[in-house]
Design a binder for this molecule. Structure first.
Ligand SMILES: CCCCC/C=C\C/C=C\C/C=C\C/C=C\CCCC(=O)SCCNC(=O)CCNC(=O)[C@H](O)C(C)(C)COP(=O)(O)OP(=O)(O)OC[C@H]1O[C@@H](n2cnc3c(N)ncnc32)[C@H](O)[C@@H]1OP(=O)(O)O
Length: 140
């Protein structure tokens, strides 16, 4: 569990998505999520912002499980197919390149039947102690 009040994963956020991420060998993460009717954009279709938040969070969890304090510097999302209300989704992310200050991460969302719904590439910036303090994350 990251922050208890996180919109995507927080167990104490009454308006949150309550997604639980698990770690895999090699630094990858995964979670499942069922598309909720309150998160529609077009009728019956999940809002792209929710899809983006799920992908962003998966990328954040890759860094979190490695003990790093990061923020998303860049997130590029591709929406491949509509996500329908009620569909159960698998969310996955994995590190592809790691330097001292940056983690490049790829994430994707697939349906239970294996249809690729969305994918993303993130640049997660490893915060310096000063940046953590400036962001108010010194005692998260
Ligand atoms: C049990 C309880 C534990 C409690 C723990 C609590 C919390 C922790 C929890 C959870 C983790 C899990 C869940 C996640 C939580 C949140 C989820 C999603 C993540 C987000 O949603 S987070 C919000 C959105 N996010 C922002 O709000 C960032 C705003 N922004 C800034 O705060 C600065 O902009 C910053 C710091 C990003 C950069 O600072 P800066 O500009 O000073 O850059 P700096 O010198 O540090 O760069 C170093 C290297 O990153 C490269 N770089 C920099 N910026 C880049 C960019 N934009 N694109 C591509 N590359 C970039 C440079 O090029 C250089 O690369 P190189 O080393 O190769 O030269």
């Amino acid at each position: 569990m990251g922050s208890h009040h996180c919109f995507v994963c927080g167990d104490k956020n009454p308006k949150g998505l309550h997604v639980h991420f698990e770690q895999e060998e090699g630094g990858a993460v995964h979670a499942t999520y069922q598309c909720d009717p309150t998160h529609q954009g077009w009728p019956g279709i999940q809002h792209g912002g929710i899809t983006s938040a799920l992908l962003d969070e998966a990328c954040a969890y890759v860094t979190y499980f490695q003990g790093l304090t990061c923020m998303t510097g860049q997130l590029t999302v591709q929406f491949h197919a509509p996500i329908h209300v009620g569909e159960t989704l698998e969310i996955r992310a994995r590190p592809v390149r790691v330097t001292r200050r940056l983690m490049d991460i790829e994430a994707e969302i697939v349906s239970r039947s294996g249809e690729r719904k969305a994918s993303a590439q993130a640049k997660m910036v490893v915060l310096t102690a000063r940046q953590q303090a400036q962001a108010g994350l010194s005692n998260p």
